[in-house]
Design a protein around this ligand. Structure first.
Ligand SMILES: N[C@@H](CCC(=O)N[C@@H](CS)C(=O)NCC(=O)O)C(=O)O
Length: 297
């Protein structure tokens, strides 16, 4: 903790944390305008409900794409009950603070899922919980053998606990903060590279995260660490991502799956137009784009 004697070294120079923190609405940085120190709805608005049992409210970020990849994998594997509507939640516009969204996820973050095949409908929030829910519901992408199932959950929980240091830590300070600060960039680059090394070491001896079986752990980890290796934050050279040979092999193998190609497009509203499908309500929605993927039959 800083004190008056070294406050000249603080950023900004002279800053000393006050005894009681108060909300400075103009604290800057990309996305700062959607942050508040309180939870709850800001406006009354119901969520739309489509024709399928599963209603997803999301956006094509790494956390959102986990779920759309899982749903596309389930459909590709023949689980017709996994048909879904994917509605767009524009977080930059504050859609996550509508009364309807808050009722599905009191934490106001995408992705959020309503399962209308149960009575009453089941709400599911937190991307890791959604993956686990769908894996259990359909008996897919989660091994039944105890040791492998435990290892799947080990890596799923690892992802949920680790990625915030990459996104909220490294990505925030490297790409989104209002100015560059050496201390947090160094701290979180160190942690991000440590995590990349954890994955690279594990994948040197394993085809997938859980041996030879593709699971929800691969889906959860790929959306984040595949992005870090390929495009996220424009930091690939900075992080020397080419060093992680085994991780690169696994990232490419998963990116080549048809369901992954489809899932990563859903609710995506940025990047080249051919990579985007703002909402998905039917398998045929993919027909209009340039995807090489075949809709699930
Ligand atoms: N731990 C959550 C994190 C979800 C999350 O951070 N979602 C972000 C987009 S990737 C969001 O909705 N942000 C909106 C906000 O913070 O208001 C999960 O994995 O589901």
């Amino acid at each position: 903790m800083s004190d008056e004697s070294d406050a000249a070294n603080n950023q900004p120079a002279g800053y000393v944390p006050p005894a009681v923190w108060t909300w400075d609405k103009a604290n800057g940085g990309q996305f700062a305008h959607i942050n508040r120190p309180v939870s709850g709805a800001t406006h009354d608005k119901a969520l739309p409900v489509g024709k399928h049992p599963l209603q997803l409210y999301s956006l094509g970020t790494p956390n959102g794409v986990k779920v759309t990849i899982m749903l596309e994998e389930l459909l590709a594997a023949g689980h017709r009950g996994a048909e879904y509507d994917a509605w767009l939640i524009k977080i930059a516009d504050g859609d996550q603070f509508s009364s309807g969204f808050v009722a599905v996820n009191p934490n106001s973050k995408i992705p959020a899922l309503m399962d209308h095949s149960t009575n009453p409908p089941t709400r599911v929030f937190e991307s890791g919980s959604i993956l686990f829910y769908l894996a259990e519901k359909f008996g897919a992408f989660l091994p039944t053998e105890h040791r492998k199932r435990t290892e799947t959950m080990n890596w799923l929980m690892w992802q949920m606990g680790s990625a915030p240091f990459v996104g909220g830590g490294f990505g925030h300070f490297y790409a989104y903060a209002p100015f560059k600060m050496e201390y947090p960039i160094n701290r979180f680059a160190m942690e991000t590279k440590r995590q990349l090394h954890v994955l690279d070491t594990h994948l040197a001896d394993n085809e997938y995260m859980v041996g030879d079986e593709y699971t929800i752990a691969d889906i959860a980890i790929w959306t984040w660490y595949g992005a870090i290796l390929r495009e996220a934050y424009g930091a690939q050279e900075f992080l020397s991502v080419h060093e992680y040979v085994h991780l690169n092999r696994w990232v490419d193998a998963i990116a080549a799956r048809d369901a992954v190609k489809r899932g990563r497009k859903v609710n995506r509203t940025f990047g080249p137009p051919e990579t985007q499908l703002a909402e998905r309500h039917d398998a045929s929605d993919f027909d209009d784009d340039n995807s090489a993927a075949t809709p699930p039959g």
